[in-house]
Design a binder for this molecule. Structure first.
Ligand code: MG
Length: 280
């Protein structure tokens, strides 16, 4: 009698298992439901979104240093594109005049003669977050030019934060003043310089800050810098203005221009070419 009871229980159990099989197959898709602590109750499609679609962008031809189809070209090698897009701002009067750097052979070279229209130049247009492509070349020069007095320039993001440009090919200087440093803040991850006389390529991805009403950062600025295909800054947090003397300052600002620095030292001037920007 006891044996019969056990067999009956076994048969019922087997019947229940077999009876459940079709039902389990029907419920197969639900086996993807996450049951760990992070995704309780979620299915794969819940974390997939399909719109808005990213715009189709035709990549530029690297061999000819072309710009992508949706970029704003800030300098294409012609005098016209320099004067159309860049100005020199008088630091005393704050008046803007057309940029007067020297355009030759598809490049524009820093004009250090401040009394005759030289100096820093900046874009006419203001930008928020962006992707910037810019190429630069330090000319060959004698060994008397060293450290920061050797091809010094800079790319100022929103006219506030300097990504350093310098000849760092066999040229020793402080690491947070090297090429690709966030000047006086963060050294680059590598030294990817080409020799003087050769062209270097910067690709800079910048995320503009957001400010609280009291002028402090609500969201800090971040920057990624790639030189010649080598990562120098990896989504680096910018602490504030890049001061020559003192610590970074937090100063509320809105969109701003890209500024290229005339360092004003006696070393031969550096050149820029093929500058384009994509708003983010
Ligand atoms: Mg500089």
């Amino acid at each position: 009698m006891k044996k019969l009871f056990i067999l009956s229980i076994f048969a019922l159990a087997c019947g229940a298992v077999f009876a459940q099989q079709p039902q389990q197959r029907q419920q197969q898709p639900q086996q993807d439901v996450r049951n760990d602590k992070i995704g309780v109750g979620m299915t794969p499609t819940m974390s997939e979104y399909w719109a808005p679609k990213p715009p189709v962008v035709t990549p530029g031809n690297q061999a000819t240093a072309g710009a992508p189809s949706d970029a704003i070209v800030l300098f294409d090698g012609t005098e016209k594109s320099m004067t159309d897009n860049w100005v020199t701002v008088n630091m005393r009067t704050n008046e803007a005049a057309p940029a007067k750097w020297i355009v030759k052979d598809g490049a524009m070279t820093v004009n250090k003669d401040v009394r005759n229209g030289g100096g820093n130049i900046q874009t006419k247009e203001n930008f928020g977050s962006f992707q910037l492509h810019i190429e630069w070349c330090v000319p060959e020069m004698g060994p008397e030019f060293t450290s920061q007095i050797r091809g010094n320039s800079g790319v100022y993001l929103q006219n506030m934060y300097e990504v350093q440009v310098l000849d760092c090919y066999n040229n020793d200087t402080y690491v947070n003043g090297m090429t690709g440093s966030i000047y006086k803040q963060t050294p680059p991850l590598a030294n990817a310089m080409r020799k003087p006389g050769e062209w270097n390529v910067f690709d800079i991805i910048y995320e503009a800050p957001v400010f609280n009403e009291n002028g402090t950062y609500k969201v800090r600025p971040y920057v990624t810098v790639i030189q010649n295909g080598v990562l120098l800054q990896n989504h680096t947090e910018i602490l504030g203005t890049t001061e020559y003397i003192g610590f970074p300052q937090v100063k509320a600002h809105g969109d701003g221009p890209i500024l290229l620095q005339n360092h004003g030292d006696p070393s031969p001037s550096i050149s820029f070419r093929n500058i384009w920007i994509r708003k983010l």
